[in-house]
Design a protein around this ligand. Structure first.
Ligand code: ATP
Length: 366
């Protein structure tokens, strides 16, 4: 069966010579929630606008359900787009804003009204249907924009930082609503964000972009725990990067020589002896052990995966303890855990060990 959305070798070079998107390849299944994530200027919005038809494609092809759409006008494409500022019409009622796309299509009034009423109900907007959007809250306006995009029954909904204008609390609750709505409608969503937590919470898969190119496409957990490039390791999660040289490798299990001695992790791609590499250590993989823990005990549980450290600043925020540990060589790690895990066991200035299970650390070659 054809993919819902397919981008093949898509590129965009603006008239001023800026290569905003380079060789972008992505296959999206029906009903998937995809996020484009990356730093400002990496090409997320340009890619979304090429799918919507607001931006010409310089090279490659975009298809929706097997049909090439490169040359279709935005209104001819089975897509709807929600903008960060929602772009609602201030002089129209909520009901008319939502019905606008159906009016453009020339739908008969009775059918239009029935569809709009259903959408008002789905998004909890019935009570404010006759109000104007400029008197409503950010959350309500966001819902109206969503209703207006969904009522035309697009194959694919494109969302450009749709939660960017909302405060943190509202953002969280709308995030949940958005996810539930997407699941119940089964529509494919493509979502642009530079908020990592949003992408991790909402998406089935995340496309991480950097300077116009795709760095990695993975499900959130995999992206978080198994970065494939140094850029992703630094951009996602709370990783410590330890440089070194590969001493031993069986293709998966890797021992590196590092400033902290021999350390182990696992690699996905082939890693060769003597290659320069980084050990990527997620904060979540790290256990903190008191100095009195015996070397034998550490080796038995963790193998060649520990470093002596000194405990730095400790801060207690409610039931959470945040702690800095100093590895030497100018490197420190911020750890965070429940008070039960750390509480009372460590004080600033204590010697300790950090340790991890080999599978909890990734080796990436340079
Ligand atoms: P942000 O998160 O800041 O919105 P983004 O990842 O969405 O960033 P784009 O807006 O897609 O990035 O921009 C990608 C690159 O293309 C940037 O270097 C940007 O300056 C450039 N660019 C965007 N629009 C144009 C344009 N109309 N003409 C020339 N260059 C452009």
């Amino acid at each position: 069966m054809a993919f819902d959305l397919q981008l093949s070798n898509v590129g965009k070079v603006f008239d001023n010579g800026t290569a905003a998107v380079i060789d972008f390849n992505l296959d999206v299944n029906k009903g998937e929630f995809i996020a484009f994530l990356g730093p400002s200027g990496c090409g997320k919005t340009t890619t979304l606008r090429m799918i919507a038809g607001f931006e010409d494609i310089s090279s490659g092809d975009i298809s929706i359900r097997g049909r090439r759409i490169n040359d279709l006008l935005p209104e001819q494409r089975p897509t709807s787009m929600i903008f960060q500022n929602y772009a609602l019409f201030p002089h129209m009622t909520v009901r008319d804003n939502i019905g606008f796309g159906l009016d453009v299509k020339g739908m008969a009034p009775a059918e239009r009204d029935a569809k709009v009423s259903r959408m008002l109900e789905t998004l909890g907007l019935t009570d404010i249907a006759s109000q104007r959007p400029d008197r409503l809250s950010g959350g309500q306006r966001q819902r109206i924009a969503l209703a207006r995009s969904l009522v035309v029954e697009p194959d694919i909904l494109l969302l450009d930082e749709p939660l960017g204008a909302l405060d943190a609390n509202l953002r969280k609750s709308i995030q949940n609503e958005l996810k539930l709505l997407q699941r119940s409608l089964g529509i494919t969503f493509v979502f642009v964000t530079h908020a990592q937590s949003e992408a991790l919470a909402l998406s089935d898969r995340i496309v991480v972009m950097n300077q116009g190119r795709i760095e990695q496409i993975s499900a959130p957990y995999e992206l978080y725990t198994r970065p494939k490039s140094l850029f992703v390791a630094q951009f996602i999660g709370r990783n410590t990067l330890i440089p070194g040289t590969v001493r031993l490798s069986d293709g998966k299990n890797v021992t590196m020589d590092t400033p902290y001695g021999a350390l182990m992790g696992t690699a996905q791609a082939g890693v060769a002896v003597k290659q320069k590499a980084h050990l990527i250590l997620p904060a979540e993989s790290i256990d903190l052990l008191p100095a009195k823990t015996s070397k034998v005990e550490i080796t038995k549980t963790y193998g060649t995966c520990s470093i002596p450290v000194k405990v730095g600043r400790i801060q207690k925020i409610g039931h959470i303890v945040q702690m800095d540990v100093d590895l030497g060589e100018g490197r420190s790690i911020g750890l965070e855990g429940h008070a039960d895990k750390y509480g009372g066991r460590f004080a600033t200035g204590d010697e300790a060990f950090i340790a991890w299970k080999k599978d909890g650390a990734t080796v990436i070659v340079e």
